[in-house]
Design a protein around this ligand. Sequence first.
Ligand SMILES: C[S@@+](CC[C@H](N)C(=O)[O-])C[C@H]1O[C@@H](n2cnc3c(N)ncnc32)[C@H](O)[C@@H]1O
Length: 262
Amino acid sequence: MSAPVVIGPATLYNADALAVLPQLAGLDALLTDPPYSSGGQFRSDRVLDTRKKYVQSDSSSQQLPDFSGDNRDQRAFVYWASLWSAAALRACRPGAVGMFFTDWRQLPASTDYMQSGGWVWRGIVPWCKPDARPQLGRFTAQCEYVIWGTAGTMPLDLTAETIPGFYECTAPRDRVHITQKPLALMRELLRVVRPGSIVLDPFMGSGTTGVAALQTGRGFVGIELDPAHFDNACERINEAHRQGALFDHADTAQEQARLSPE
Ligand SMILES: C[S@@+](CC[C@H](N)C(=O)[O-])C[C@H]1O[C@@H](n2cnc3c(N)ncnc32)[C@H](O)[C@@H]1O
């Protein structure tokens, strides 16, 4: 494995998460958007290129690169996710908060794998996309979900702020990764983690979690397998480091009221 790239308070590994996680310890939080291995009812649907599964056929995002690890069958998905979820737990300190993105199809499997990895499941935060494509005669599948939990107990902090349990915002339009998450949403989710903490994302893609961490005065450890996505993450996180922290606690409280599209 090559040496990590260090950019200010961020340490970035271009490697397999399962190879790096056992080397890490004492991290304060996990915020990750892993491969969902979703996108259809049958195995033949899941093995499709991620651009076919997750991007509308008329979207310019069809030109973006495919990404790894999204074509496991259900048994392999749950087994693999249990392994990395357990390794991520061991990389975090007791009491750390873990947040895992998933979609409606993989919601039951995801709450299972996080718990079999050892996390204490504490809830589900829906992310609603108001511009999702409506479906004739069916409910529009317009939410993804952040399941969250902790590494063991979570003592009540009477000095902490209150944090919403639901967010509504569109996915970024100018994205470099097919499943790139909105920066404003990631900054909001990090409110559950104290500024100065170090946040882990073992599947960082284009590095959105890392950008949000640096913009809000937190440190970051990120892992990404695909070299092209890793290079994008380095570039975005480098730019965030150059700009410095842009949001403090008060700013993010105001931002919550206006999760605007990017
Ligand atoms: C859903 S995407 C994350 C997108 C990210 N949230 C963003 O905003 O750009 C998941 C990423 O995990 C990466 N990945 C898949 N298997 C991996 C593994 N074993 N180790 C590390 N990264 C992996 C994929 O290449 C993909 O970029």
